[in-house]
Design a protein around this ligand. Structure first.
Ligand code: 5GP
Ligand code: ZN
Length: 139
């Protein structure tokens, strides 16, 4: 498979943008940073999204997210972070290899919160409880 992020994981592309790796995950700087330190964290194996991601990949992947967030805080002292996944083409996913954006936030950067992605605040017609009932995962 000719996946861009698989190539980065194999270090088949310039690897000087890699900022952290463990056995199963890797973090590297985004080529078009939204802010100073914008980092992408990926599983080294190709998974398109969090649904297809294997259970035992979760810990190393999110451990890498935590590690790099701590490091960015230490060296760049941002005022906050926005951390997220564009899941699916319609949600803005361009590269179909799962990646978590870790975006340092700085005072006055003009960015907004996750709540600004969709401006639809109308309440559920069916009621919150009915939607929760539909979604709830039984133990
Ligand atoms: P998406 O929209 O799929 O969530 O984001 C893909 C991200 O990958 C974009 O922010 C884009 O700048 C970044 N990106 C695309 N190609 C490359 C590349 O070759 N190297 C690096 N380091 N980042 C890339
Ligand atoms: Zn891939």
């Amino acid at each position: 498979m000719d996946c861009l992020f698989c190539k980065i994981a194999r270090k088949g592309l310039p690897s000087d943008v890699i900022v952290y790796e463990n056995d199963a995950a890797m973090a590297f700087l985004d080529i078009h940073p939204l802010s100073l330190g914008h980092t992408l964290v990926i599983p080294k194996i190709h998974y398109e999204n969090i649904i297809t991601l294997k259970e035992d990949e979760i810990t190393p992947l999110f451990s890498a997210v935590k590690k790099i967030t701590e490091q960015l805080m230490k060296v760049l002292s941002p005022h906050g972070f926005t951390i997220g996944i564009n899941h699916g083409k319609d949600a803005g996913q361009v590269v179909d290899h799962l990646h978590i954006h870790v975006i340092p936030r700085y005072l006055g950067d003009g960015g907004r919160s996750i709540h600004s992605i969709i401006q639809n605040s109308s309440p559920y017609e069916e009621g919150l409880h009915n939607i929760a009932k539909k979604i709830r995962i039984s133990q």
